[in-house]
Design a protein around this ligand. Structure first.
Ligand code: SAH
Ligand code: SF4
Length: 350
């Protein structure tokens, strides 16, 4: 069976022409897929019944199977999907009080970067996702939202995996989000651990997509201890690529900073960060650590978070605390899969 979401409009037109359908049919079907976001072929009510039946027999609407779902008190939905080859990935849908509906999607099953506090990093690398597998995670949420009369407004590539380690597929998926699903480029964010050559390449793509860099420490010793990739691309190289990005694109860059009590939430780190970013068109998102099984660390207390932000302000570096969504449902990246794997292991060990 072919997954219909993997077909381009051209490929779909060709198939429907082979089936003897009139020329307008492909566009009509395309509108059902990506504008009206139908959840089944039977919902496509203005298509002739025999065509709907044939579509149901020969094509599937997506390739992701829901393995597990959790809904948090704040409305955050977390899904664990099984891919066709058995790999597990996570996506999260976050609702905000304004009309924003944000899908957080994965770009790899697992991750090769090994950041010590990250549940995905702790499980290692599975494989790269295809562009379609990345794209479909957003389509599925868009479809679910449509059912209750809401629109998916934002997409962040901040789930499992490192988007710039799977550059081609991630960018192809982003292009489909913009062109097929109609998500505004400015409403899409790619987050990277700091793969310098890809940051430079991304700056030249001519896309309005937002870029976020996971910084987490402002000195090489501290950063290498948390993010092993820093040994390959140390801070001086990373910041130089970030400055070029801002210069080339004219766009602000975001920095992510997961605050770990007693580690990177010290006044020394705050001053080092202020000095590092001073004068750069940027914004710092501060996120208290989500504790994970494989890392002994605690989130910073509110007083320390405020002190950290105040020091940055003295360097004119704007920073805000990101609200943790779905905290009661293991909504941190990779945490649900880690839990399921652990449970699986203990079952097989019994
Ligand atoms: N690989 C990319 C995108 C996915 S991770 C990247 O690292 O940027 C998305 C964000 O979640 C990153 O900023 C990452 O550092 C952060 N993160 C990972 N584990 C976390 C945890 N346990 N608590 C808080 N933030 C975490
Ligand atoms: Fe990979 Fe990002 Fe997790 Fe690091 S923080 S291990 S780059 S997913």
């Amino acid at each position: 069976m072919i997954d219909i979401y993997t077909l381009s409009l051209e490929a779909l037109s060709k198939k429907l022409a082979e089936w003897g359908e009139p020329r307008f049919r492909a566009k009509q079907l395309w509108t059902w897929l990506y504008d009206k976001r139908a959840a089944s072929f039977d919902d496509m009510t203005d298509l002739p019944k025999p065509l709907r039946d044939r579509l149901s027999r020969e094509l599937t609407l997506g390739s992701l199977t829901v393995e597990m779902e959790q809904i948090a008190k704040d409305g955050t939905i977390k899904r664990l999907y099984r891919l066709l080859d058995g790999q597990l990935i996570e996506s999260v849908l976050m609702e905000y009080d304004d009309d924003r509906r944000t899908a957080c999607i994965s770009t790899q099953a697992g991750c090769a970067m090994g950041c010590v506090f990250c549940a995905t990093g702790q499980m290692g690398f599975g494989r790269h996702l295809t562009a379609d597998e990345i794209f479909e995670q957003a389509v599925v949420f868009a479809r679910d939202l449509e059912k209750r009369g809401e629109r998916l407004s934002n997409v962040v590539l901040m789930g499992m995996g490192e988007p710039f380690h799977n550059y081609e597929a991630s960018l192809a998926a982003v292009r489909r989000l913009i062109h097929d699903l109609g998500i505004g480029a400015r409403h899409i964010t790619i987050s990277t651990v700091g793969l310098v050559p890809m940051i430079r390449r991304f700056a030249d793509e001519g896309l309005q997509v937002k870029l976020a860099i996971s910084l987490h420490a402002a000195t090489d010793t501290e950063r290498s201890a948390l993010l092993p990739i820093n040994r390959r691309y140390p801070l001086a190289d990373l910041l130089s690529a970030c400055r070029s990005y801002v210069q080339t694109t004219g766009r602000r860059i975001s920095f992510e900073w997961t605050l770990i009590h007693g580690s990177n939430d010290t006044p020394e780190q705050a001053h080092a960060l202020g000095a590092l970013l001073s004068g750069l068109m940027c914004h710092v998102n501060v996120i208290p650590l989500n504790p994970t099984a494989g890392f002994e660390g605690d989130p910073s207390a509110p007083a320390r978070i405020n002190a950290f932000i105040d020091i940055l302000a003295s360097y004119d570096v704007p920073a805000t605390v990101r609200i943790r969504r779905g905290i009661d449902i293991d909504a941190g990246c990779g945490q649900l899969k880690a839990k399921v794997l652990k449970r699986g292991n203990s079952v097989s060990g019994e």
